[in-house]
Design a protein around this ligand. Structure first.
Ligand code: ATP
Ligand code: MG
Length: 349
């Protein structure tokens, strides 16, 4: 599926809990520390996070480090990747004074929450998750581990511990969020005695829920098809030059028949706030080489301020570590409170 950019991203007001108290909704979302963030993250969720925070919402960002070992044997330099995620967040405009940025592994209560949550879903339900099936198909492992199979449940703990209202995500996360909502509902039914222990969080899709990479499939850190936010202009040009297109010189926007061309048109359109059809028309018969030039210029121009900020922030690694330490403390405090409540309603176990 190709996405078409439209004007401003959705705001929380349309999707926030309608009968909740009149406080700013709490937002929880996150990323795996598997590499630098890319344009898919930026247009798919990061921009929304920044806008929501600017609107006054409370923002929690989980760096899902245990999720790295779902589809690979070991986590490669997880601490370094985690710091770089913080760097990308700040460069994109997240305010670290108001956000809680934490790593899953530093909050032990999350893992304890996972056990009762696992009891609330069936093996058949876990086996039907389309995102897990897709990730297994792209996995570097020959066999599927129990963690790969059950990570949507540990993700439910990563989300529900702070009882968020909204979870800004890309399209691939929708099945996981459905699992989270199911777990919340079943927990309340089984243990709540008429009260809502876990409100069901809502997904917030941006106007670009599935940004395609340079091979015409979902842009992903681990698929070699991404344009990282922090890449320099020459590297960006090189990555885009290597993008898969086709032999038809006349450029048209046809996501089904021409996914590679459509991916470049969409990236250009997202960067320029225009429609991909319009860009295709302008390029006309100038061919894929011209399209790649146009895309490169659009991406580099759009990211220039972000990249300049990123370079400044990168000079102070200690600041990035400090932000994580503070975030971990605050996340632990919230998670311990939730775990105590869960143990209490479960009769003390
Ligand atoms: P990996 O290849 O390691 O799984 P990834 O690129 O898929 O990395 P994640 O850390 O798994 O990134 O995803 C973090 C968040 O970014 C999720 O909410 C996900 O939906 C969103 N996201 C990732 N890739 C895209 C994309 N191409 N388009 C839109 N949203 C995306
Ligand atoms: Mg992913």
């Amino acid at each position: 599926m190709q996405t078409v950019p439209t004007a401003p991203a959705p705001t929380a007001t349309a999707t926030a809990a309608q009968d909740g108290p009149a406080v700013a909704p709490r937002i929880l979302t996150g990323d795996r520390p598997t590499g630098p963030l890319h344009l898919g993250h930026y247009f798919g969720t990061l921009r929304n996070r920044v806008r929501l925070q600017a609107d006054g919402h409370e923002l929690l960002l989980v760096i899902a480090d245990y999720q790295v070992i779902t589809d690979r044997d070991v986590a490669d330099r997880p601490a370094e990747h985690a710091e770089n995620l913080v760097l990308d967040y700040l460069a994109a405009g997240v305010d670290p004074e108001r956000a809680v940025i934490f790593t899953h592994s530093a909050v032990p209560a999350l893992n304890q929450l996972m056990l009762p949550f696992l009891s609330l879903v069936t093996v058949a339900e876990l086996g039907r998750n389309p995102t897990v099936k897709d990730e297994i198909a792209h996995s570097r492992q020959s066999a599927v581990s129990g963690l790969m199979f059950t990570y949507p449940v540990h993700q439910a703990a990563d989300i529900l511990f702070c009882k968020p209202d909204l979870v800004p995500v890309g399209q691939d996360q929708l099945p996981h969020l459905e699992t989270t909502r199911t777990i919340a509902r079943r927990f309340n039914d089984r243990y709540g005695r008429g009260t809502t222990v876990f409100p069901e969080p809502k997904a917030l899709l941006s106007d670009a829920p599935l940004v395609l990479g340079t091979d015409g499939t979902k842009m992903s850190k681990s698929r070699g098809n991404a344009i990282p936010l922090g890449a320099d202009e020459d590297r960006t040009a090189k990555l885009i030059r290597a993008a898969v297109t086709d032999t038809d010189r006349h450029i048209t926007y046809d996501p089904d028949a021409r996914p590679g061309v459509a991916a470049l048109l969409t990236l250009t359109a997202l960067c320029q706030g225009r429609r991909p059809e319009q860009i295709a028309e302008e390029i006309g018969s100038a061919g894929a080489a011209r399209l790649k030039q146009v895309t490169t210029e659009a991406v580099n121009e759009h990211l220039r301020p972000l990249r300049a900020r990123r370079a400044e922030l990168a000079a102070d690694r200690e600041q990035l570590r400090r932000i994580l330490r503070t975030g971990n403390e605050r996340a632990n405090a919230i998670a311990d409170t939730t775990l105590a409540e869960v143990r209490s309603v479960m009769g003390g176990i």
